[in-house]
Design a protein around this ligand. Structure first.
Ligand code: KE4
Length: 441
C-alpha cells in the first residue's frame, strides 16, 4: 500500500477565525508581534495548536510544513527531543532565580567556541535588547552619539533604530514610528545596503561622530540579501580607520548560516556581535558579545549600564545549550544548505516553467525569493517585488499546507527536521501556487 502522505493544509479555518476575533478584543491587532497579523498578505492568521519536527498544526487541525520556525530559532525543528529534555530537566529545579547559575557560563563558553570574536558575552532576553545594549556600549566607549545603519536593516524596535530613510545620501534618520523622538532618529544615519561608498560618505560627512556601524551581515529583513563581495570587509576597514565599532547583528544569521555565523562564513570579525533566536533554542534568550576589553565596560564590571530581570533565564539557557550542542554535529550546515538550495532551486525551475520572473537566494539554513527579475542587492531593489503575486502565491501555499513568512520582506528558514521528502512535497504545492501567481499581471 503506497504510504499515504499526510493531507496538508485545508480549507477550514473556522476556529482560527473565531480565535482571531476574540484576540483582537484583548490584544492590539490580535497578535503580540505585528508581522503575525497577516497585514502584508491579507486574510486571517492561523492560530497554532502544536508543532513537531518540520510540521505545525493549526487549531482547526490543518497540517503544514513550516518555514517560519518561530522566525528562525527552531533550527532543530519544533519540539526537538534534545531541547525538550534539557528544558524539562532545568524546569525540575525551578523556573528562574534572579541569581547567577553555572549554565549561563556554559552557554557563554559555547558561544565563544563558535564565535572567537565574542570573548565575553552578556545574556539578554531579546534581539532588540541585544542590539540596543551593543549600541549603548559603542557610544559609551567611543564617546560618540551617531549610529550608521542600512536601509531595510531591522535590528529590533528600540527608538534609535526605528527610523525611516530621510532624503539625501547619508540620510539623517527620521522617526519611523510615532513616539520616536526626532532627536533620537536624527542620530541614526542610513545608507543603502551594500553601498560601501555611501558608508564612506557618511563618515566623511560626520567625522569623529559615528560610534558604530550596525549591519545584518546577510540582510534577512528585506527577504534574504547576501553582502556584495568586499562590502563587509570594507566596513571593517572603515570602522578601524575611523575609530568606530563594527557591530554585526547576527540575531538571525548567528548559528543559522554557519556554526560561527556570517562572520565565519565571510571571514570578517566585528567588534561586537548581537545574537538571538537560535541561542535561546526557541525560548527568550539573546546576547551581545565582543572582546574582553570592550565587554569590561559593561556594568557591573564597567560603567555602561544594562540589566534584565530574566536575562540568562535557566529554561532559555538550557534550550540554547541543547541547541548549540546539536549544531556541533558533523555535516549540519551542509545538510541545511542542501535543503535550502533544493527548495529555491526547485522554485526557480517551476517559475521558469510558468514563465514568471523569480529571484531566489539561499545561505546556509535561510532563503529568500522575489517575484522580480533581479538583481536584488538593497531595499530599493527588493521593493520592486511583485507584491500582488507574492500574496497570491502565499495564499495558495498556505491553503496547500505550506507555512511561509507572511511578508515578502522576510527570510525563510529551513531546519534539520526538513527531509528531502518534505522539500519535494513543498515543491508539489509550489507548482500549483506558482501557476496561480502567474495569473496576476
Ligand atoms: P527580537 O527583539 O524580535 O527578539 O529581535 C529583533 C531582531 C534583531 N535583529 C534581527 C536581524 C532580527 O531579524 C530581529 C527580529 N526578526 C524578526 C523577523 N524578521 C522577528 C519577528 C517579529 O518581529 O515578530
Amino acid at each position: 500500500m503506497k504510504s499515504r502522505k499526510p493531507r496538508l493544509g485545508g480549507a477550514s479555518h473556522a476556529k482560527s477565525n473565531a480565535a482571531f476575533r476574540s484576540a483582537k478584543r484583548r490584544i492590539p491587532g490580535g497578535v503580540n508581534s505585528p508581522v503575525r497579523a497577516f497585514g502584508s498578505v491579507g486574510g486571517t492568521p492561523i492560530f497554532i495548536d502544536r508543532g513537531k519536527g518540520c510540521r505545525i498544526w493549526d487549531i482547526d487541525q490543518n497540517e503544514y510544513i513550516d518555514y517560519v520556525g518561530s522566525w528562525g530559532p527552531l533550527i532543530l525543528g519544533h519540539s526537538a527531543p534534545a531541547v525538550l529534555r534539557a528544558v524539562r530537566k532545568a524546569l525540575a529545579r525551578g523556573t528562574g532565580f534572579g541569581a547567577p547559575t553555572e549554565a549561563e557560563t556554559v552557554l557563554a563558553k559555547a558561544i565563544r567556541r563558535a564565535l572567537p570574536s565574542a570573548e565575553m558575552v552578556r545574556m539578554v532576553s531579546s534581539g532588540t535588547e541585544a542590539t540596543m545594549s551593543a549600541i549603548r556600549l559603542a557610544r559609551g566607549v567611543t564617546g560618540r552619539d551617531r549610529v550608521l545603519k542600512f536601509e531595510g536593516g531591522y535590528h529590533g524596535h528600540s527608538d534609535g533604530l526605528l527610523v525611516g530613510a530621510g532624503s539625501g545620501v547619508a540620510t539623517l534618520g527620521i522617526p519611523g514610528s510615532p513616539g520616536v523622538p526626532a532627536a533620537m532618529a536624527e542620530l541614526t544615519l542610513q545608507v543603502p545596503y551594500n553601498d560601501l561608498a555611501g558608508a564612506e560618505e557618511a563618515f566623511a560627512s560626520w567625522p569623529d561622530e559615528i560610534a558604530c556601524v550596525i549591519v545584518e551581515p546577510i540582510a534577512g529583513n528585506m527577504g534574504c540579501i547576501p553582502p556584495e563581495p568586499g562590502f563587509l570587509e570594507g566596513l571593517r576597514s572603515l570602522c578601524t580607520d575611523r575609530g568606530a565599532l563594527l557591530i554585526f547583528d547576527e540575531v538571525m544569521t548567528g548559528f543559522r548560516v554557519a556554526r560561527g555565523g556570517a562572520q565565519r562564513l565571510y571571514g570578517v570579525s566585528p567588534d561586537l556581535t548581537c545574537l538571538g533566536k537560535i541561542v535561546g533554542g526557541g525560548l527568550p534568550a539573546a546576547a551581545y558579545g565582543g572582546s574582553n576589553d570592550l565587554m569590561q565596560h559593561v556594568a557591573p564590571a564597567g560603567e555602561v549600564y544594562q540589566a534584565g530581570t530574566l536575562s540568562g533565564n535557566p529554561l532559555a539557557v538550557a534550550a540554547g545549550i541543547a541547541t548549540l550542542e546539536a549544531l556541533e554535529a558533523e555535516g549540519v550546515y551542509e545538510r541545511l544548505s542542501q535543503s535550502s538550495e533544493a527548495l529555491v532551486g526547485g522554485l526557480s525551475q517551476l517559475a521558469d516553467e510558468v514563465g514568471i520572473p523569480l529571484t531566489t537566494t539561499s545561505v546556509g539554513g535561510m532563503f529568500g525569493f522575489y517575484f522580480h527579475p533581479g538583481p536584488v542587492r538593497n531595499f530599493t531593489e527588493a521593493k520592486q517585488n511583485h507584491e500582488a503575486r507574492f500574496r497570491r502565491f502565499f495564499a495558495r501555499m498556505l491553503k496547500g499546507g505550506i507555512n511561509l513568512a507572511p511578508s515578502p520582506y522576510e527570510a525563510g528558514f529551513i531546519s534539520l527536521a526538513h527531509r528531502p521528502a518534505d522539500v519535494a512535497q513543498t515543491l508539489d504545492v509550489a507548482a500549483v501556487a506558482l501557476k496561480e501567481a502567474a495569473k496576476v499581471r
